[in-house]
Design a protein around this ligand. Structure first.
Ligand SMILES: NC(=O)c1ccc[n+]([C@@H]2O[C@H](COP(=O)([O-])OP(=O)(O)OC[C@H]3O[C@@H](n4cnc5c(N)ncnc54)[C@H](OP(=O)(O)O)[C@@H]3O)[C@@H](O)[C@H]2O)c1
Length: 270
């Protein structure tokens, strides 16, 4: 792996927390140079201080803003000269029933999770093509199976996977690898920033984060899959079973998924 990432420039959107932050540490140990964006200058400054490595470049950009994505990709190419790998990781979640929510919640989810992926991929594509590199989307099990109280999240991840599958097929003979990664429940900040029906961060997690797969373990799996130029990566036993059952017995899974999410503390299904 060390040789695979050596001298490669990797762009990671949303690298100041969770899976993105773990990817920064993981890929630096494999010899990559890394460009990271996020919306908060202070979070990026804290990351720089913690990592303290000249191979890390940070840039304030909101991926839901097309001009920000262009500025981030342009600044990365100005700094490192090229892009080999783009990891579209920045994302937010939600927790609200469709009947209760403001439609702006769905728009925010699509703007960040889907359009952010499209913008960054569009601007980075010429350099990735020139280097026969890799485009990654960090999707979710919710990209294979619609989840209750996550209509906008599931829609954004289904859209991301459809976009990436089409792009992968277009690039079958160009040397560009396109891959999507579907982590299961992973310890991170994502449930704290998940939007409530009014579009505000819910500021709590209904899960015991300490019992979930760690962001570091997810990052190590993603690095391996990129090195092997895989098509997809689905993580956790529960995640793999859900994807399998959604293909074989989708109707049966409706009830299982409903009951699972109804049991969550504070579930809007209760
Ligand atoms: N954790 C899980 O259980 C899980 C499961 C499946 C899939 N995923 C996916 O994994 C990805 C990473 O999530 P995570 O769990 O690591 O969450 P996290 O800890 O909340 O990290 C999200 C990162 O994305 C950044 N971000 C959010 N909105 C952004 C925007 N508009 N523009 C730029 N950066 C933005 C955040 O920084 P700022 O807030 O400072 O911008 C932060 O660095 C997401 O796509 C998520 O859907 C997570």
């Amino acid at each position: 792996m060390k040789t695979y990432f050596q001298n490669k420039t990797v762009v990671i959107t949303g690298g100041s927390s969770g899976i993105g932050k773990a990817l920064v540490s993981e890929l630096l140990t494999h010899g990559a140079t890394i460009a990271v964006c996020g919306r908060k200058q202070n979070a990026l400054d804290a990351l720089q201080q913690e990592i303290n490595n000249s191979s890390l470049f940070t840039f304030v950009a909101d991926v839901s803003v097309e001009a920000d994505c262009k500025a981030f990709i342009d600044a990365t190419i100005a700094k490192f000269g090229k892009i080999d790998i783009l990891i579209n990781n920045a994302g937010i979640s939600m927790r609200a029933l469709f009947r209760d929510l403001d439609v702006s919640v769905l728009k925010s989810l699509m703007d960040i999770n889907f359009w952010g992926t499209v913008y960054c991929t569009k601007f980075a594509y010429p350099s990735i093509l020139a280097n026969k590199g890799t485009i990654v989307g960090v999707s979710s099990i919710a990209g294979y199976r619609g989840l209750p109280a996550r209509t906008g999240y599931s829609a954004s991840k289904f859209a991301m996977q459809g976009f990436l599958e089409a792009l992968r097929t277009e690039n079958l003979h160009t040397g560009v690898n396109v891959m999507w990664v579907c982590p299961g429940f992973t310890a991170s900040n994502i449930r704290n920033t998940a939007l409530n029906p009014q579009g505000q961060a819910q500021s709590e997690t209904p899960l015991d984060e300490g019992k979930l797969m760690s962001a570091e373990a997810v990052a190590a799996e993603i690095a391996k899959a990129i090195g092997k130029r895989k098509r997809t990566l689905v993580l956790t036993g529960q995640g793999k079973l859900t994807v399998l059952l959604s293909k074989l017995f989708p109707g049966f899974l409706d009830g299982m998924v409903y009951n699972h999410f109804k049991k969550e503390p504070g579930s809007p299904l209760q």
